[in-house]
Design a protein around this ligand. Structure first.
Ligand code: NAD
Length: 296
């Protein structure tokens, strides 16, 4: 079998078109444009790249943005005071604190200091908790983007065995929660693997849908899956490459060349899940501006 390609650039462009129209209508009704406040701590180059991509994409659909850039020496108190100002500002709809944070700052404390009604990343415990009990919520952007890919390509999850490799708070764990719920986005029998799983092949070989978010290039190989599996590769890893101008290239967690001979559907890296994550951030920001999740 040669897998069909899941084109994240294409689906993200469709989502962006829809958001652009919705923003135009919203502003046409006399509302101000949605506003996303980004907070960056320090100068991590990968974080700067992600922020540029997110803010450009937002502005492209009519969502306004600003980035508060704080030094990596900022104290927890100073950072939380900044966030509190954004929580209280009527001009701010969504707040995104770019992760990772420097070691002296607690990611949990900082995320919890964001008003959950402005938590467009969907990382606040209130939003994660509501996700777990099927209440309207800001869904974490990467899992939400993967659901949108399933919807676009009519890939069913009902009664499938979904295996999620990676159990982080931002990707693997919310993905597994969503797939395991008995609602329209889930109904899958769900297995979650992590670095303490003894033999991941025992699980991956039985997957109808395999979602990999481990940050380990080449982790999943063709002999670890069955024919016809749907492969969603979330991993983004920089691999040294002297032939590239940048000196590196991006690869996922899966052996794409091997897996594409066995899978029914597969996402490339780049151009698979990545663009969907950004598109879902815009969608959440528009929902926040409209108070759709938490009516006031
Ligand atoms: P993380 O480091 O927070 O978590 C990694 C998870 O993978 C952990 O649960 C760990 O136990 C598990 N793991 C690590 N090695 C493993 C192994 N050998 N076998 C099984 N499980 C293993 O990572 P994260 O933030 O969830 O990101 C994971 C990957 O996804 C990274 O490459 C990241 O860059 C990428 N990512 C991509 C997007 C996107 O939009 N495409 C968004 C977020 C993260």
């Amino acid at each position: 079998m040669t897998a069909k390609l899941i084109d994240g650039n294409l689906v993200a462009a469709l989502v962006r078109d829809q958001i652009r129209n919705d923003v135009r209508d919203w502003v046409g009704q006399g509302n101000r444009p949605p506003f996303l406040q980004v907070v960056q701590v320090g100068n991590d180059p990968a974080s700067s790249t992600y922020i540029r991509a997110k803010t450009r994409a937002c502005e492209d659909v009519g969502i306004e943005t600003a980035t508060a850039h704080l030094p990596d020496t900022v104290s927890a108190l100073e950072l939380k005071q900044q966030i509190q100002g954004f929580n209280e500002s009527d001009a701010v709809d969504g707040i995104l604190v770019q992760l990772p944070l420097p070691d002296h700052l607690s990611q949990h404390d900082v995320i919890e200091s964001i008003d959950y009604r402005k938590d467009v990343d969907g990382f606040h415990p209130m939003n994660v908790g509501r996700l777990a009990v099927d209440q309207p919520t800001f869904r974490s952007c990467t899992p939400a983007g993967i659901l949108e890919l399933f919807r676009h390509y009519s890939i069913p999850t009902k009664s499938k065995h979904a295996v999620v490799v990676g159990a982080s708070n931002i990707v693997g764990s919310p993905m597994a929660i969503i797939l395991s719920r008995e609602n329209a986005s889930g109904k899958a029998t769900t297995t979650i693997c992590h670095k303490y799983t003894r033999d991941i092949t025992r699980h991956t070989i039985d997957a109808d849908i395999l979602i990999v978010a481990a940050g380990q290039p080449g982790l999943i190989k063709a002999e670890m899956v069955k024919e016809g599996v749907v492969v969603i590769d979330v991993g983004i890893n920089r691999i040294a490459d002297e032939t590239s101008e940048k000196g590196y290239r991006l690869v996922g967690d899966c052996d794409f060349e091997g897996l594409k001979e066995k899978a029914s559907w597969i996402t490339p890296v780049p151009g698979g899940v990545g663009p969907m994550t950004v598109a879902m951030l815009m969608k959440n920001t528009l929902l926040a501006a409209k108070h759709s999740i938490y009516p006031r």
